[in-house]
Design a protein around this ligand. Sequence first.
Ligand SMILES: [Zn+2]
Ligand SMILES: [Zn+2]
Length: 473
Amino acid sequence: MDSRLMQLVVNGKKEDDNTYVYHIDGEDYLSMRQLADYLPFEMTIDENTNEILIKKKDTDEVPVRKQRELPEKADKVRSMIKKYEKRLYEINKSIFDHPEKGNQEHHACQQLTSFLNEVGFEVIQGLEGKIPKEDKEVFLDTAFKAVIKGKEPGPVIAVMLEYDALPMGHACGHNLIASSGMAAAIALAPLMKEVAGELWVMGTPAEEGGEYGGKIPLLHAGQFEGVDIALITHPGDRWDTGADFLAISGAQIEFTGKPSHASAAPEKGISALDAAIIAYNSIEMMREHSRSDARIHGIIKEGGTASNIVPERAVLSYAVRALDQPYVEVLKSKIENCVEAGAVATGALGKVDWSFGYSAPINVAELDHMVLDYARLLNINEIKQWEALGSSDLGNIGYEIPTCNLWFKITPEGVLPHTHAFLEASGSKDGFQSALAAGEVLAFSALELFENHEMVSLIQQKFHKEKESLLSQ
Ligand SMILES: [Zn+2]
Ligand SMILES: [Zn+2]
């Protein structure tokens, strides 16, 4: 039995050979939950008594958990990061000082690719993409792919970078995402000749939006084909992995009615606004019967031009989110019914255009725990469950390929991205040091995957099993 679990059950009360009852206080909960996920134990919590029941699972599944230690090559990883620290900082600072919006990150792209080239990666700068909606081909000139091959074929591990900025500068800290991924890449580069597999560094532009976007057109054009596991980081107010991202779909809803004089001939008019109000209210009612993780938010953008004209046109803008993609699809079809209700009731014509969307990643506990274990081994103790719910194009990668996102702390708790305080932290030396630590964690994680191919297959199996069960709901 895992020694940490052993310690916990010793403090608990033994009911029989397979069952323990443990009384939890505060933060114990998180470590218990994480342990229970990857051990062959089931954990249930009685919220009234604050007791948890640990029971052996009815399964023959072999526990994969082992006590992790720093890899044998840890010193080599560290000395490479140390060796290039100054250079990494210069690149970090120059990206921070030259913020570029999505699909315009020419400076960042040039800085990153030339360094990758220098340390031995084969770099393709500028990649073909494909916009899924229209199946339109686009060329993403600020995307890139850098590859180093190992001594023989094996798993392909991709480290993704982001480097686009917001209109207010690097207030999402994507300069630090690039720096952490680069730290991992340069540390692993000389070690690749000792392992089997391939390391890919994927430069993914425009996470915050841009003319074409980044990960979605790249994914749709097959640029991630062959990747077994993808890794990425993001700065935040704590360290964690396995955070929930919400799948999101956005819609533009248009109603077309028939204009008429609102006083002289109201009976000849069809009000598009009435149709929009019926749809709006129906969607509000539907919310009560949706899952608690669902988020449905919308506005009325247009509702007529003058009070004495029956409105000919009304436009609503909506976004719908949930923890998994299949449930977003369920909500989308319900919203379409609400639009039809407005159209049928008024005689107006209703049209829904699902204009954009991100999927939600499928998190694999074994992968997330592995990465977090290495953070713990670096004595990082500000690990806390990530709670803020957002959406990202990372979700589309994580819906197709097992992906781990490592949050790393650069701000005091409660200071979140897209704020002035976060902007300041993203440009700070402390923020950069935190990014280097995150890079070290990614390097150790990638090393384990290159050296333990069974772990790679296990993560993939779990991923596909989870996806199947989501789709069969
Ligand atoms: Zn952001
Ligand atoms: Zn971001």
